[in-house]
Design a protein around this ligand. Structure first.
Ligand SMILES: Cc1cc2nc3c(=O)[nH]c(=O)nc-3n(C[C@H](O)[C@H](O)[C@H](O)COP(=O)(O)OP(=O)(O)OC[C@H]3O[C@@H](n4cnc5c(N)ncnc54)[C@H](O)[C@@H]3O)c2cc1C
Length: 263
């Protein structure tokens, strides 16, 4: 049985396509890509965003389209476009630009696309979501390089009275980035050194070494490699006694496995 060809009246809409404006390496392993689009497309591209990543060098990708219920409808046959989750570090609908930091981890269509990205390259957007943060008097933030864009947004939006700690795992000092944080929120960088990403227990150990804060107005936001997040989530639910509403702990990537938003 063949799938009928898509026609203009089939209820499907085109995806938003953004164009690379600039590319800059902010650290040895993080590449910042600034993308231009219509103000509406930029406003809709975050804070978390489902990216449609073309194969490196594909200047005319066969994009999917989007159904009324948000479902992505892929074209028949080979298309080479991959769906991946990222974070808009900054959205500026007035300048019609969105900024995304890609970890250049080597393998993977998104990392490869970012490593090769240059002005004029195209990137598709197929939906967006929330960061999952919540305002609280005391915050625990924990993440690796992939979570830095989200954590920088959360820190920048946190009220000046907020207290707590942000634990940030990176390879070394060269991977640290300037962050704006409330005075009472301590930012601690954890260096895993030569241990490959996803193989260190540094982040989970650092959370395990913290005493749970006093009081109920506590929120924890955690994103990193899935196994590290699992360990931290168990600690927060057990020893810290946090309810589901008091924490958001999500695996942002999985060691040894490709990861699209559908996984
Ligand atoms: C809501 C959300 C927001 C995210 N925001 C960002 C963001 O702003 N910036 C960002 O860089 N990432 C972000 N991520 C993580 C990103 O989606 C994953 O790293 C994704 O796997 C990258 O896709 P890929 O095509 O490069 O690699 P994939 O094809 O998914 O994976 C290929 C291989 O690379 C490995 N791999 C994947 N990521 C890493 C990594 N970071 N370090 C080492 N090995 C890795 C996998 O284990 C696999 O073996 C986010 C994830 C989620 C769920």
């Amino acid at each position: 049985m063949t799938t009928p060809a898509l026609s203009p009246d089939d209820g499907l809409r085109a995806i938003d396509v953004l164009t690379v404006a600039t590319v800059a390496d902010v650290t040895p392993s993080v590449r910042r890509v600034v993308l231009s689009g219509t103000p509406a497309a930029v406003a809709a591209a975050g804070p978390t965003v489902n990216l449609l990543v073309p194969r490196v060098g594909d200047t005319a990708p066969r994009w999917p389209r989007v159904a009324k219920d948000g479902r992505i409808v892929w074209p028949d046959g080979a298309h080479g476009v991959s769906l991946r989750s990222y974070t808009a570090r900054r959205q500026d609908p007035v300048a019609a630009q969105v900024e995304i930091d890609f970890v250049l981890h080597g393998d993977g269509p998104a990392a490869a696309w970012a490593a090769a990205a240059s002005p004029g390259a195209l990137l598709g957007v197929a939906g967006s979501g929330a960061l999952g943060e919540r305002a609280a008097a005391q915050l625990l933030l924990a993440g690796d390089e992939t979570a830095l864009p989200a954590i920088s947004r959360i820190l920048a939006a946190a009220p000046a009275t907020c207290r707590g700690v942000a634990l940030l795992e990176v390879a070394g000092a060269a991977e640290e980035q300037p962050l704006t944080a409330p005075e009472g929120l301590v930012v601690r960088w954890l260096h895993r050194g030569d241990t490959p990403p996803g193989e260190s227990s540094l982040l989970a150990d650092a959370v395990a070494a913290l005493d749970p804060p006093d009081g109920d107005d506590v929120f924890a936001w955690v994103a990193a490699e899935s196994a590290a997040v699992r360990a931290i989530r168990a600690d927060l639910r057990g020893r810290w006694g946090l309810s589901r509403a008091q924490h958001h702990a999500i695996g942002y990537w999985r060691r040894g496995r490709a990861m699209s938003p559908a996984d």
